[in-house]
Design a protein around this ligand. Structure first.
Ligand code: Z5A
Length: 207
């Protein structure tokens, strides 16, 4: 089973993913917890380029998209596909839907460009995706409370509103895969909602 966790910044993806990892480990399942951009040493180097604020040269939107997919190709080949072939449960903090929401809805890149990359380089889409949804101001407050802001976190509220709308669009387009969870709830309620969805998915797919 391949599950991804999506949403605007600070909505609680990392908190939820750790709880779900512990839940599966208690059932003696093999779990691989990973993230994007990143997940392998090389992809983590690309992540660092993507998140670092560079005052000397602005990263173009196309470069940003291609670096996301360079990291993703490496991550898929080195981590995700081998783990799925090994029957592990893969929990991935962000995946392709973030590219749709941030690079297409947020930055305004064309969906055709993204579709080309997905068709050519994405060997497997998640079985289930949790979209943790909350007003963008909530996540921005949480990110600011953490200290120094990365290149994405420095974006203005209007950018995150477009990103949130991108996730809402995906939820409408693919309701069977992309499940919305109200991220303004307590971490325990968020976790319970996610487990309920996982149980329904398993029952539906008889596994
Ligand atoms: N990006 C992209 O543009 N295109 C792509 O294709 C991909 C990514 C894959 C890095 O992602 C950036 O990459 C991201 C999009 C871009 N930039 N942004 N923005 P990231 O996932 O590493 O960055 P992030 O979204 O900022 O993640 P985060 O800061 O780690 O947030 P989170 O994982 O969603 O939240 P958290 O760490 O679990 O929680 C944040 C705080 O809130 C923490 O103090 C928790 O204790 C607290 N928390 C969590 N849940 C709750 C609830 N339910 N109630 C109250 N407090 C809570």
């Amino acid at each position: 089973m391949f599950i991804s966790f999506e949403g605007t910044e600070g909505v609680g993806k990392t908190t939820l993913i750790h709880k779900i990892r512990d839940y599966f480990l208690e059932q003696s399942k093999q779990v691989v917890l990973t993230r994007e951009p990143g997940g392998t040493p090389l992809a983590e180097q690309i992540r660092s380029v993507l998140l670092t604020v560079n005052h000397e040269e602005r990263m173009s939107n196309d470069t940003e998209l291609l670096l996301m997919y360079a990291a993703r190709a490496q991550h898929l080949q080195q981590v995700i596909m081998p783990a799925l072939e090994n029957s592990s449960i893969v929990l991935c903090d962000r995946f392709c839907d973030s590219s749709f929401a941030y690079q297409c809805a947020g930055r305004g890149l064309s969906r055709e460009k993204l579709a080309l990359l997905n068709q050519n380089f994405v060997l497997k889409m998640p079985d289930l995706t949790f979209w943790l949804d909350a007003p963008t101001e909530l996540g921005m407050q949480r990110a600011r409370a953490r200290g120094a802001l990365d290149r994405f976190e420095q974006e203005k509220a209007a950018f995150f509103e477009k990103v949130r709308a991108g996730f809402a669009e995906l939820h409408q387009l693919e309701p069977n895969r992309v499940k919305r969870i109200d991220a303004t709830q307590s971490p325990e309620q968020v976790f319970n909602d996610a487990i309920e969805r996982i149980s329904s998915w398993k029952a539906e797919h008889k596994c």
